[in-house]
Design a protein around this ligand. Structure first.
Ligand code: HEM
Length: 433
């Protein structure tokens, strides 16, 4: 068996490379050009290596390479840039692999079970209704992006973690300091964003520790975490659990705010799609959407995520040589699965937004906005619930229009968001009907 594996690795093609030596130009291009990976895939194929500053990265895309990646099991481990690793903490499931990772996913996953989600629905629906009311009452155009950020944060902080208003405010302030340094240079020199973020992290963990101690009285979902064992069968300590809760704030905030903002932007820029979608949305029994089918909404959300994926890619590190789509990737390489859209060769309509492609059987690419395999997004079901409730609840209550003269282009990093904040005017849909 081992010799078979060896033979197939020997038969594999060597890893194509961009030839970058310092990685400086590649890094500048990476931040400047949303088509960074696409251009290099066209030149080098679905698996290639480049260098971003001092980090060698293997970019991959395509059905075969991704299927091969997910079939690797223990030959791979999770990976995050050093700044993220340190700020999330060594116990965080994001920084663990193997049994330690699985055990913690099982524990945290209890917060996102079907029963947990139906418990969260009324609270999320209230947040949507409050937003609709605020938009209707506003005397001047209002930026939708900050509203979506507040909403996404409240869902995790209030609905899931059960924080009260004063805790939430303080947590938010520290959280902003902490997130600002997530992709910074990880040197804890006093006064740097990274050093400030480490201090903020200590305060965040203390606050979360306090919330965890009051678990039986918790108004969120924390009572659903019924114990849980680590990889050695020993109960998880609270120190361990709070790092998992911190991860949820990180993972579920920017991503969800981005997908909601991009969805609303897409609908306002493409009124014909809103018109196609609206009958389905208006037909839903608010807010009890459980087990309702919303094919047009699902297709629209997927199409927006295809064109503007909230997460640009996800990472793994090789522990041994593996083969992806016939290409040998050596040990100790960081792989990034690129989620940027594949817009084809200009002869197709792939650059256009067309949700119907997901319903008429004409779309053949694999889309993985939530990642996949053993590390697939743990909050996927919650994110999907939030998006459904926001789309149905907001558009049943409110008619949104773009304010004129604003920058609707998208910043790309860390997640796509309209640069001008998505300035809208709103009116009540009920008064018009
Ligand atoms: C539209 C919103 C979201 C998108 C697009 C998204 C996307 C992703 C992606 C691409 C990954 C990496 C998967 C991989 O490595 O294979 C991930 C991981 C993760 N996500 Fe999400 N996410 C979203 C919302 C959320 C929410 C709301 C939560 C929880 C509150 C959450 C919790 C997590 C966690 C804990 C992980 C780490 C999983 C692991 O390493 O095992 N995400 N997400």
């Amino acid at each position: 068996m081992e010799s078979l594996v060896l033979l197939s690795v020997m038969a594999a093609k060597p890893l194509p490379s961009t030839g970058a030596v310092t990685g400086l130009k590649e890094t500048l291009d990476f931040f400047r050009d949303p088509q960074f990976a696409q251009k290099r895939f066209i030149a080098h194929g679905d698996v290639f290596e480049t260098r971003l500053l001092n980090q060698r990265l293997v970019f991959i895309r395509g059905k075969q390479a991704i299927a091969d990646l997910f079939a690797q099991g223990d030959a791979l481990e999770g990976w995050w840039p050093e700044s993220v690793r340190q700020l999330l903490g060594s116990r965080s499931l994001a920084n663990r692999s193997g049994d330690g990772h699985k055990a913690r996913r099982r524990v945290v996953g209890q917060l996102f079970s079907a029963a947990a989600l139906s418990r969260y629905t009324p609270s999320i629906a209230t947040l949507v209704e409050e937003l609709a009311e605020n938009l209707i009452q506003a005397k001047a155009p209002i930026q939708l992006v900050p509203c979506m950020r507040r909403f996404a944060f409240s869902v995790i902080a209030t609905t899931v973690l059960g924080l009260d208003a004063s805790d939430r405010q303080a947590l938010f302030a520290d959280f902003e300091i902490w997130t600002r340094a997530l992709f910074s240079i990880p040197l804890a020199i006093p006064g740097t964003p990274f050093a400030k973020a480490l201090e903020a992290k200590k305060r965040l963990l203390l606050r979360l520790q306090h919330v965890l101690e009051q678990r039986p009285l918790n108004r969120g979902g924390l009572d659903l975490i019924s114990g849980g064992l680590d990889e050695a069968g020993i109960p998880l300590t609270d120190d361990d659990l709070v790092e998992q809760l911190l991860l949820l704030l990180f993972a579920g905030y920017e991503t969800t705010a981005s997908s909601l903002s991009c969805l609303m932007r897409a609908l306002m820029l493409n009124p014909e799609i809103e018109l196609w979608l609206l009958p389905e949305l208006l037909d839903q029994p608010w807010p009890n959407l459980e087990s309702r089918r919303c094919p047009r909404l699902d297709a629209t959300v997927l199409e927006v995520m295809r064109l503007t994926p909230p997460v640009g890619g996800f990472f793994r590190r090789t522990k041994e040589t593996i083969q992806l789509a016939g290409v040998a990737v050596p040990p100790d390489r960081v792989i990034q699965v690129a989620l940027a859209p594949d817009l084809g060769d200009g002869k197709s309509d792939l650059a256009d937004i067309r949700p119907q492609r997901h319903l008429d059987g004409s779309f053949m690419q694999t889309l993985l906005p939530f990642g996949g395999g053993e590390r697939v997004c743990l909050g996927k079901a919650l994110a999907e619930l939030e998006i459904r409730l926001m789309a149905v609840g907001l558009l049943q209550h409110v008619r949104l229009e773009l304010a004129p003269d604003q920058d609707l282009t998208l910043q790309q990093i860390p997640s796509p968001l309209p640069r001008g904040g998505l300035l809208v005017t709103a009116s009540s849909r009920h008064e018009q009907r």
